[in-house]
Ligand binder design. Structure first.
Ligand SMILES: [Mg+2]
Length: 343
């Protein structure tokens, strides 16, 4: 058994920004797990928002060597051990779990979604238009529509909201998702959400700061659009806490620690009658592929992280219009392109 890793940098086609700030490049850690001549890959996409760093990821990987079992199929106990030791670095746990799932699928010659007993992954994703000045916003919208994307997500909570939404609705009549990324106070949020109703949002994501979660119920009861939590909802226990406050949750593997934790969140959410969405960060399709495995269990997908890149180092997820799908390739279903220089 051999666990190794290397850093990888990816670049968004346009600078990607939210109400919180922007980025021009993303550095991740590609995890490589090798046993019996088979190699599985996973990606660690640390988020500073959750106290995750590249350095912490690499230090956790050092300690993972002793936490991995001789049996890579023992995923439940491996993930439990990793969470018990490194609960605050769940992006890293996701990367390790992804590499193990990829290995297990390749060893059995089946896709991971099939190992999980799920239907073939096929789901419409939103395509995100990040915050930008009006000229660049216009370019991004025109590019997205020319590419045939059928559902758009707009980052709101900045001064140019009205201008951007007017522009979008003058060109696009389809599903429009709004994400405020914690931009508003409870008092502002009610007024902003009532104002945004005219743009017919499909849903509104994370209107309030994480610490203001008890005010979400009032926004939910406005009945303007379904209210979803993202930053607020990291792990299974958060679904229980938020169950009576929102319409739905946005699961991201970087937050929760991988496919197994995501499936627990989905089970809880369904039990409480909540809708489920899966989201992502700007990243290669190696980081998107694990969330694609359970696409058949989702109401909404925002898995466009790799579509925002100038050049994705991995291939395998098909995209037609806005519909993402995975075929019958074993493991996670993505492979490194030769130019990616992945060992
Ligand atoms: Mg979000």
């Amino acid at each position: 058994m051999k666990l190794s890793w290397q850093r990888q940098t990816v670049y968004p086609r346009h600078r990607f920004a939210t109400s919180r700030g922007g980025l021009d490049e993303v550095e991740t850690v590609v995890v490589r797990f090798e046993q019996d001549g088979i190699v599985g890959y996973g990606d660690i996409v640390p988020s500073a928002l959750y106290g995750q760093t590249l350095e912490a990821a690499e230090s956790v990987l050092q300690s993972c060597r002793e936490l991995l079992d001789d049996d890579p199929f023992a995923l439940e106990s491996i993930v439990a051990r990793l969470i018990a030791r490194h609960d605050d670095q769940r992006a890293t746990i996701t990367g390790v779990e992804s590499a193990l799932y990829d290995w297990c699928g390749k060893k059995l010659g089946v896709p991971v979604w099939r190992m999980l007993g799920l239907d073939p992954p096929q789901i419409r994703t939103t395509f995100t238009i990040g915050v930008a000045d009006p000229d660049l916003t216009r370019v991004k919208i025109d590019e997205a529509l020319a590419a045939g994307y059928e559902a758009l997500k707009i980052k709101v909570g900045v001064e140019t909201d009205e201008q951007t939404l007017e522009l979008i609705r003058s060109k696009f009549d389809g599903p429009l998702y709004l994400d405020a990324n914690e931009a508003w106070t409870p008092a502002e949020a009610e007024e902003r959400i009532r104002f945004l109703a005219q743009y017919r949002p499909t849903l509104i994501e994370q209107p309030l700061k994480r610490t203001d979660w008890e005010h979400l119920r009032g926004l939910r009861d406005l009945d303007v659009a379904p209210i979803f939590v993202d930053e607020d909802c990291e792990r299974p226990a958060d679904v229980v806490r938020l169950r009576d406050h929102v319409h739905g949750i946005n699961i991201k593997l970087t937050k929760c620690g991988g496919i197994r934790e995501a499936l627990r969140m989905i089970t809880l959410a369904r039990g409480f009658g909540l809708q489920v969405m899966a989201g992502c960060f700007v990243s290669s399709s190696l980081a998107i592929a694990p969330a694609m495995q359970f696409a058949s269990l989702l109401d909404h997908a925002d898995l466009d992280g790799y579509l925002l890149l100038a050049d994705d180092p991995w291939t395998g997820i098909a995209c037609e219009g806005s519909v993402l799908s995975l075929g019958g390739q074993p493991g996670l279903g993505v492979v490194a392109s030769p130019a990616a220089a992945i060992e």
